[in-house]
Design a binder for this molecule. Structure first.
Ligand code: PLP
Length: 435
């Protein structure tokens, strides 16, 4: 039995002063049960908890740790920046350098505004879409999550799916009423919506590869149609690439699918593990932002120099030519092996998919295309598998609706450990079943 004594004690104590003992709901293990592991440190592909257990990490801080935890180059860039002061409330040269790196690699980017989180980025992007078009309605898609922005917490994916809330308390109906929710990958409903309400639609926000209802890829035609309708009705197309930006490829999902969004939101990887987000996009829209435009947007710690240093160091590694081919190969070979092991052990409701350094494990027979597909998976089997894997030293996302993330540091030993753990987990599940 794994020792979890200290995690348990810390969790009990945390619950007395932090709601649910955590500062972001999924960390509480609500959908899998058991004791959330309190983490003391991380290095490369490994996490170490307060009881001294080692885990192969398949979350990578929900994406950012793409070059591995505590990467020497990133840490020394942070240290160097820290020594010069933590925050100035005035512009720094690093912000421009980071903006230039983003602009160089993300096709649809003329300008960049930095924020401190992905939520701030999406919130600012929809305000900008409304300010630019003078229209009010925002379209989003079922199962897509765009941070905890009031009007976007409608049918919003993993965290909320796990809690079983279709939407969140504290969001007035009148806010939610400005949000139109459509099914992902459904061309017909998309066309119907624009034909009926196109003149009122300020913008459409979408995860161009969905990663908050596990991993769900878009149909090319669906994204293409979305672009055409937005152009026709002068609605702002917002690609929320907070998760996929610098994670699925150097130029994000927009590069993979060849679609040109008006605005793109970023977060996660671009901060290299420090708090960071960004709204990026076309000059004529971005210049609606204050101080030159009428749409207000600000932040005391926006463009924080230490976070910017972490971002620049991380993106410098990620944008090397061989980085994505390598990460993509590590990830796709991993999921192929995992499927093979499941098959060899007669696990039928199981399949995988991946893109860049992001993967999905599905407890169903076929790869999901929609939110409904995703909901139709064997959640109980997932829970059992999750705990078997954890006991075998592999930290999977504690929800069947989350995607998984690898880093380049997973190559070799860490991947072998996950596959070995999966094999013994399947065998142990089968043995218990046959008893
Ligand atoms: C994580 C995420 C967000 C929110 O970012 P935070 O930094 O958690 O506020 C928004 N959109 C997508 C697609 C995300 O995955």
């Amino acid at each position: 039995m794994q020792n979890t004594k200290s995690s348990k004690q810390f969790f009990e104590k945390a619950k007395t002063c932090i709601p649910g003992g955590v500062n972001s709901p999924v960390r509480a293990f609500n959908s899998v049960g058991g004791i959330p592991r309190f983490i003391r440190s991380a290095k490369g592909p490994f996490l170490y908890d307060v009881d001294g257990n080692e885990y192969v990490d398949t979350i990578c801080s929900w994406g950012p740790a793409i070059v591995g935890h505590a990467n020497e180059t990133v840490i020394s860039a942070i240290r160097e920046s820290m020594n010069l002061g933590l925050s100035f409330g005035a512009p720094t040269e690093g912000e421009t350098r980071l903006a230039e790196i983003i602009k160089k690699h993300l096709p649809a980017t003329d300008m960049v505004r930095l924020t401190s989180s992905g939520t701030e980025a999406t919130m600012s992007a929809i305000r900008l879409a409304r300010g630019y078009t003078n229209k009010t309605k925002i379209v989003k898609f079922e199962g897509c999550y765009h941070g905890h922005v009031d009007s976007l917490l409608v049918k919003a994916g993993s965290g909320l799916l796990t809690l079983g809330n279709p939407t969140s308390g504290g969001v007035p109906d009148s806010f939610a009423a400005e949000t139109i929710v459509l099914p992902y990958n459904n061309l017909e409903k998309l066309n119907d919506c624009f034909n009926l309400l196109g003149d009122e639609i300020a913008g459409v926000i979408i995860e161009p590869i969905a990663g908050n209802m596990n991993l769900v890829k878009p149909d090319q035609d669906f994204l293409k149609c979305l672009r055409e309708q937005c152009t026709k009705y002068n609605s702002v197309l917002i690609f929320d690439e907070v998760m996929t930006g610098f994670r699925v490829s150097m130029g994000g999902a927009q590069e993979i699918y060849g679609i040109d969004p008006d605005l793109t939101t970023l977060g996660k990887v671009i901060g290299g593990g420090m708090p960071m987000g960004a709204v990026t996009g076309k000059k004529q829209i971005m210049e609606y932002l204050a101080p030159i435009g009428p749409v207000y947007q600000a932040g005391t710690l926006s463009g924080n120099p230490v976070a910017v240093a972490a971002g620049i160091a991380t993106l410098t590694i990620v944008t090397k030519e061989d980085f994505f081919p390598k990460l993509t190969k590590i990830t796709s070979e991993f999921t192929r092996e995992l499927e093979k092991i499941a098959k060899e052990n007669n696990i039928r409701s199981f399949c995988c998919d991946s893109v860049g350094g992001m993967f999905g494990i599905y407890f169903r027979q076929t790869i999901p295309k929609t939110f409904e597909d995703m909901m139709d998976s064997d959640v109980n089997f997932f829970k059992i598998f999750f705990h078997e894997m954890l006991a075998n030293g592999v930290y999977l996302a504690p929800s069947p609706y989350e995607a998984g993330f690898l880093s380049v540091s997973h190559e070799g030993e860490a991947i072998t450990k996950i596959l070995t753990a999966a094999e013994s987990s399947f065998k142990s599940i089968n043995a218990k079943k046959n008893k």
